[in-house]
Write a protein that binds this ligand. Structure first.
Ligand SMILES: C[S@@+](CC[C@H](N)C(=O)[O-])C[C@H]1O[C@@H](n2cnc3c(N)ncnc32)[C@H](O)[C@@H]1O
Length: 284
């Protein structure tokens, strides 16, 4: 499948990327075969070290077991995160989606690879679905660690949501809210405040139209924010742990060039079918 060329060219040669293709491979080998500096945005949602075996809808296993514990998990991630650093363009950004049990360890690894100064955000993805413990506060968030290849030179678009508190504010002749400051009128953006690093997005329901049946599938709404904030149309978006292809499907819909990889044949088949179905929908 795919819309682009499939040859792999010299370092930095983004035109020779396997755009629109999903490889079935260990992503370390896959990334090592790609030219340096070729990706503008990389999002990963790797195994979380849950140590809980899960069965896919097709009867396959999604294996997230680490007999060697945290050390084995971090030893797996580190070379792959380093490969992502090599792949990012000068204005590129990496999002690493993990959970609160490992996020602080993963951040230390990322600080070592990217440098503390290139850390941009710890985004909290908050959701309310599922059961609730009575022994501790219900654990209802994931963590996205966000790093720039070179902070300051990275692509970033302010996203907006929510509303300002407008009681007591002034309104001008056109009804726009403002407050008076020493420098004059400070207007409130008509589309609401700039988005914070805490994102309230519902988890996928069991009957959501976008659900593919692949375990651990993430909501498209989450990837819309990641891709919308940190890339431009035509940019190259990569997901080396693509699972059911959520990143790739959203990237396609938003007009980005994309490439993906997963070690599971079932994931790759699911993602390929999903992207193809999305393309058909866009024809009408
Ligand atoms: C949490 S899932 C990703 C789910 C995805 N974000 C989605 O929305 O469907 C993690 C994926 O990483 C894949 N994976 C695990 N080890 C890998 C490796 N070494 N290389 C590539 N993919 C790997 C698994 O097969 C699994 O599909």
């Amino acid at each position: 499948m795919g819309s682009g060329s499939s040859g792999l060219g010299s370092p930095g040669d983004a035109s020779a990327l396997p755009i629109g293709e999903i490889a079935c491979a260990d992503c370390l080998a896959w990334m090592n075969g790609l030219p340096a500096g070729a990706c503008d945005l990389i999002y990963i949602d790797p195994p979380f070290m849950t140590n809980v075996p899960r069965t896919t809808q097709a009867g396959g296993r999604y294996d997230d077991r680490w007999p060697g514990g945290l050390a084995e998990y971090l030893a797996f991630l580190e070379p792959r995160l380093a490969a992502m650093h090599r792949l990012l363009s000068a204005r590129g950004t990496l999002y690493v989606h993990v959970d609160p049990r490992t996020s602080h360890y993963v951040k230390v690894v990322l600080d070592g690879i990217f440098g503390v100064d290139n850390f941009l955000n710890e985004v909290i993805w908050s959701y309310r679905t599922g059961g609730r413990s009575v022994k501790w506060f219900a654990r209802k968030h994931d963590v996205l660690l966000v790093y720039a290849k070179a902070a300051g030179g990275h692509t970033f678009h302010v996203l907006r949501d929510g509303t300002f508190r407008t009681e007591g504010l002034n309104r001008d002749e056109e009804g726009r809210f403002y407050k008076n400051t020493k420098k004059g009128r400070l207007y409130f953006h008509p589309e609401g405040p700039a988005m914070t690093d805490v994102w309230e997005i519902p988890f996928l329901s069991t009957v959501a139209a976008e659900r593919t049946g692949y375990p651990t599938q993430k909501p498209e709404a989450l990837l819309e924010r990641v891709i919308g904030a940190s890339s431009d149309p035509g940019d190259v978006v990569a997901d080396p742990f693509c699972g059911s292809g959520t990143t790739l499907a959203v990237a396609e819909r938003l007009g980005r060039r994309w490439l993906g990889c997963d070690v599971s044949g079932e994931a790759v088949a699911t993602a390929r079918a999903r992207v193809a179905a999305g393309r058909e929908e866009m024809l009408f």
